[in-house]
Design a protein around this ligand. Structure first.
Ligand SMILES: Nc1nc2c(ncn2[C@@H]2O[C@H](COP(=O)(O)OP(=O)(O)O)[C@@H](O)[C@H]2O)c(=O)[nH]1
Ligand SMILES: [Mg+2]
Length: 185
């Protein structure tokens, strides 16, 4: 893939501590380079992916991770500014991480564009599941967001698929918007 890209999207990761956010990002970025946004206490990596929607699109992704600052009040507007997609993490072995999803969602509504695409991720990487799938599916439906589950066994193959799915829905939206704007001209 060359370095040209058609779209640049900012994806941000939110969720309680120890929900596997950083682990997921590390899986996804693998050998890609990382830049540090030291002044605002977050870090992000960039990676280019290919999405096929009638034709091929090169999409450059900026994936932002919270640097251990998951405390709600510590997440600043800068983190969300310009975000086009959100990965909301829940650790299915930790009830409190599910309860926090509501709080994060409220914050997303406060700080993000109303068209923001959100994907809830039910992550399982230890034993003792307490948050069942139907709970998460229901939460996703009620809030009109996407949902997927990952676990320790499938994370390597699924992390790419998860990012693809989220990016594809953002791209779809961009293309529809561009189409509408063209019609208005
Ligand atoms: N083996 C394994 N460990 C994981 C997985 N996801 C997270 N962890 C571990 O769980 C802990 C918390 O994960 P981390 O990604 O730091 O959570 P964060 O606080 O949400 O960023 C770390 O020790 C990770 O190595 C996974 O899929 N498999
Ligand atoms: Mg982390």
């Amino acid at each position: 893939m060359n370095n040209q890209f058609d779209y640049l999207y900012k994806l941000v990761v939110v969720g309680a501590q120890k929900t596997g956010k950083t682990y997921f990002i590390n899986k996804f970025r693998q050998a890609e380079y990382t830049q540090y946004g030291a002044t605002i206490g977050v870090e992000f990596c960039t990676k280019q992916i290919n999405i096929n929607l009638e034709k091929d699109y090169n999409v450059k992704l900026q994936l932002w991770d919270t640097a251990g600052q998951e405390k709600i009040q510590a997440i600043t507007t800068a983190y969300f500014r310009g975000a086009t997609g959100i990965l909301l993490f829940c650790n299915v072995n930790d009830q409190s991480s599910f309860e926090k999803c509501n709080v994060y969602l409220k914050q997303i509504k406060d700080y993000c564009n109303e068209n923001i695409k959100v994907m809830l991720i039910g992550n399982s990487f230890s034993s003792g599941r307490v948050v069942q799938t139907d709970k998460l599916v229901q939460f996703a439906e009620q809030n009109n967001i996407m949902y997927t589950e990952i676990n320790e066994q499938n994370i390597t193959e699924k992390c790419d698929a998860v990012i693809q799915r989220l990016t594809q829905s953002i791209l779809q939206q961009s293309l529809e918007k561009a189409k509408k704007e063209k019609q208005v001209e």
